[in-house]
Design a protein around this ligand. Structure first.
Ligand code: HSE
Length: 406
């Protein structure tokens, strides 16, 4: 079924909303009309016809002729209220709100099924890279081993600039000015944003929903000059890398942590706001997708692609989720890391499975070895408070629990 001339109600006119407005109005192919735009702040000036703007969500939700709601606001709780009410009213929804999605996936899947509407969210993960449809449609039949990569444009931009000798705070400010960062950039730099994206991709890659609070997210806020110097000396770049990986026969793990990558790694040359996703299938092997992961027009174009897909009656079937495979989330895996601490930090409560290398000077020290992921989850707060930098040094994950104190 092809529906022409969809009537859209748009919530939010920030960076992505403006991007969507631009691509929709400058696109020569697919057409749809934005009937109403609901925004929050009447004091902001917007380059829009006054009659399009309103401050009351009822002006979209109560209009029967608006059949598609595009939700592009910041607040995840408010977004969930809007999206769930719209679906209950029989409207199709396109959203880019990864936090809202990651926190409510099961309810949203139920709403889609109960109300026979479609909910699409390609723009919620990795900007313009069509990773959700790739997982949902192309890899629906194949067991995947691993999905990993760079899922956050802001941190990649900051890390690229820091590698090029900008200060961390200058680089972050630029990322905010360019519209890459979330309104609260803590979500980017502490790894919450890529964690929400990883939750969404886990659903489409493995058919499982993991609660965000069960997943480790370590970001780049504790990065110090010593870490950048260590990386440069070894010829590495530092990237913030989410990992979603099958472990053994019927378990999988998910975590977000910085990773040293060398020139042989496909992610090595994925810099600035670009994202890269590596999908490894059991039979197909490795695929690599790269594209702009943040920014007004790339993300707006991903939203437009969903609207266009809606016009052809497309919806996610959540095939792997409905297959209910015997697959369980675990944090009981060994990861190989570099852990840098400042000299006044007591690191004796980290229990290592294996230590490969230790270094200590009068100012700082580091240990390289393997440690159980559950320990990093347990000590996350301590890591942040004591400005410890944890960085993955390899892709190797294994199951083993013999631990040693150092
Ligand atoms: N803040 C996000 C990022 C925006 O930097 O990747 C795109 O999701």
């Amino acid at each position: 079924m092809v529906v022409s001339n969809l009537k859209i109600g748009l919530f939010g006119f920030g960076c992505v909303g403006r991007g969507l407005y631009h691509v929709l109005n400058n696109n020569t192919g697919f057409k749809a009309s934005i009937e109403s735009i609901v925004v929050k702040d009447p004091s902001k000036s917007r380059n829009l016809a006054q009659e399009l703007i309103s401050y009351d969500r009822r002006n979209i939700l109560d209009r029967d002729d608006i059949t598609v709601v595009v939700e592009l606001i910041d607040d995840a709780d408010e977004a969930f209220e809007i999206v769930s009410e719209a679906m209950r009213k029989g409207k199709h929804v396109v959203t880019a709100n990864k936090k809202m999605l990651a926190e409510h996936l099961s309810e949203l899947i139920e709403l889609q099924q109960s109300y026979n509407v479609s909910l699409l969210y390609e723009a919620a993960a990795c900007g313009s890279i069509p990773i959700i449809r790739t997982l949902e449609e192309y890899f629906d039949n194949e067991d995947l081993k691993r999905v990993s990569g760079i899922f956050n444009g802001t941190t990649n931009y900051v890390l690229s600039r820091v590698n090029g000798n900008y200060s961390y705070s200058n680089a972050l400010q630029q990322a905010q000015e360019l519209g890459f960062a979330e309104s609260d950039p803590t979500n980017d730099v502490e790894g919450f944003d890529p964690k929400f994206k990883a939750v969404i991709l886990t659903l489409h890659a493995f058919g499982k929903i993991v609660r965000p609070e069960d997943i480790l997210n370590l970001g780049i806020t504790t990065l110090q000059e010593e870490d950048s110097r260590y990386a440069a000396e070894k010829g590495y770049k530092i990237k913030l890398m989410p990992v979603i990986e099958r472990v053994g026969h019927n378990r999988f793990t998910v975590f977000i942590a910085p990773r040293f990558v060398d020139t042989g790694n496909q992610l090595y040359n994925v810099d600035h706001e670009y994202n890269g996703v590596i999908v490894e299938g059991l039979f197909s092997g490795e695929q690599f997708l790269q594209g702009r992961g943040a920014g007004s027009l790339p993300t707006g174009s991903a939203v437009l692609s969903d609207i266009s897909a809606l016009s052809c009656g497309y919806r996610y079937v959540f095939k792997k989720y409905l297959q209910c495979k015997d697959l369980e989330y675990t944090d009981d895996v060994l990861v190989e890391i570099y852990l840098r601490y400042n000299i006044d930090t007591d690191i004796s409560h980290f229990q290592w499975n294996k230590v490969e290398e230790k270094y200590q000077s009068s100012r700082y020290g580091y240990t390289i070895g393997s440690i159980n992921l559950s320990q990093l989850i347990h000590h996350r707060q301590y890591i942040l408070e004591h400005k410890i930098f944890v960085c993955m040094i390899s892709d190797n994950l294994s199951q083993n629990t013999n631990q040693i104190n150092i």
